[in-house]
Ligand binder design. Structure first.
Ligand SMILES: C[S@@+](CC[C@H](N)C(=O)[O-])C[C@H]1O[C@@H](n2cnc3c(N)ncnc32)[C@H](O)[C@@H]1O
Length: 398
């Protein structure tokens, strides 16, 4: 918090925000402030005008409703005295300042800004967390915190080959973030690999590659895997992959549900139609499983952050509604993810100039977005054809 403080009124806590009054404010502006004061003097939110400031006392508020009210008052004032300019910047500042404050969820349609612990009703929260031992499965890791440079021959490159072999050539602790979508073993027609082998063989190969990813990722770096289980085989691949990383001492940071709104699922029958004998569940989403090596916090300089406030607020809500990639035919690849998915991952979990790796790079969606967002990249794919397409996409950006 920068310019707000905690105050107590009638034994209730409020956040106090002070917005300096500008000398240019006119009669219409003050009428709007007065109208707001009249409308908002309830238990959760009030305004107070003094000689030099507008004070906002904030405990809980329906911010969307507040914006609508403010908008209405501004428009009414404009109609009333058309020649007088309304200082909308001043009023926008109120909203910006409120939006900058961390809120603790919604109750009765209003955002809650104070008394977080009271709301949660958990006493001695910190002690209880310590007793439970957060990410106990990864506490005894033996990762070195010494970071290494990626050799220049692997920076901003697309390499054709088996990822397991290529990754073995890279130094440990040299990649900031791995983002990838492995083959799902669905039986898709990839250019040079069979997709649809026995699950044991599939996991052996996948974990050989992921084991290398764990080695090459930096201390504090992240591995993010986009997967969709083959529900019809009853294999929860997202859980199996998560177990693998946790057994190998990575911290499970969380999971994003990528809602594709893909209601076009090609199931001709829903298992046992209209009978509980074996109904078949349908999924319109995929998963992104997120892991951290060594620690949850990733160091980086503030000037290398490129996510803005709106994006941050929207994307930390871990259900992302993004349409699937529509141009797979054009690229000649059966299982691409959309650029927007990569953009969100990179901006939320990495800094500019970070080294990004995709060991199943396909036609290069990760590497194209990494380049666009001023990250360094390395993309590996076993198919020469896909690698050529990935190169072409990168060249077209010049
Ligand atoms: C789901 S696709 C990734 C698509 C990519 N996200 C995109 O948007 O283009 C998986 C890719 O893994 C590649 N692949 C399969 N086995 C591999 C291996 N052992 N090493 C490297 N790439 C492999 C396939 O050729 C395929 O392009």
């Amino acid at each position: 918090m920068s310019d707000e403080e905690m105050i107590e009124k009638n034994e209730k806590k409020y956040i106090k925000i002070e917005i300096p009054l500008e000398s240019s404010l006119n009669q219409s502006d003050f009428e709007i402030i007065q109208d707001l004061e009249d409308q908002y003097h309830h238990a959760g939110f009030s305004l107070k005008l003094n000689n030099s400031n507008l004070e906002v006392h904030l405990k809980s508020l329906d911010l969307d409703k507040f914006k609508l009210t403010l908008n209405y008052l501004i428009n009414t004032a404009k109609r009333k005295i058309p020649h007088q300019e309304i200082h909308e910047d001043f009023f926008n500042k109120i909203i910006e300042k409120i939006e900058d404050i961390r809120s603790y969820g919604i109750k009765g349609g209003k955002r809650i800004y104070v008394d977080y612990n009271k709301e949660r009703k958990v006493i001695n929260r910190k002690e209880k967390i310590a007793k439970r031992s957060s990410y106990y499965y990864a506490q005894d890791h033996s990762f070195s915190s010494v970071q290494n440079q990626m050799p220049s021959e692997y920076i901003n490159k697309i390499i054709c080959g088996d990822s397991e072999d290529i990754l073995k050539k890279l130094p440990s602790n040299s990649v900031d973030l791995v983002f990838t979508s492995p083959p799902y073993n669905f039986g898709l027609g990839y250019e040079s690999t069979e997709d649809g082998i026995h699950w044991n063989d599939y996991f052996d190969k996948l974990f050989a590659v992921f084991g290398e990813c764990i080695r090459v990722v930096k201390f504090g770096g992240r591995i993010i895997v986009n997967v969709q289980p083959l529900f019809s085989d009853y294999i929860p691949i997202h859980h199996i992959i998560s177990n693998f990383f946790m057994e190998n001492k990575l911290i499970w940071k969380g999971e994003v549900l990528w809602e594709k709104n893909n209601y076009n699922c090609k199931y001709t029958a829903w298992g046992s139609w209209k009978s509980p004998s074996s109904p078949y569940l349908k999924y319109t989403w995929e998963f992104l499983e997120i892991f951290c090596k060594g620690e949850l916090t990733k160091p980086g300089s503030p000037e290398k952050i490129d996510i803005n406030a709106d994006e941050f607020k929207k994307w930390v809500v871990a259900k992302w509604s993004i349409a699937p990639e529509r141009n797979m035919k054009e690229f000649g690849h059966p299982a691409m993810f959309p650029e927007e998915l990569v953009e969100r991952v990179l901006k939320l979990f990495s800094y500019q100039d970070d080294m990004i790796l995709d060991p199943f790079n396909g036609v290069g969606t990760t590497t194209v977005v990494a380049k666009k967002l001023n990250r360094k990249y390395l993309g590996i794919d076993i198919s020469e054809e896909y690698c050529k397409k990935a190169e072409r996409r990168l060249k077209m950006m010049l």
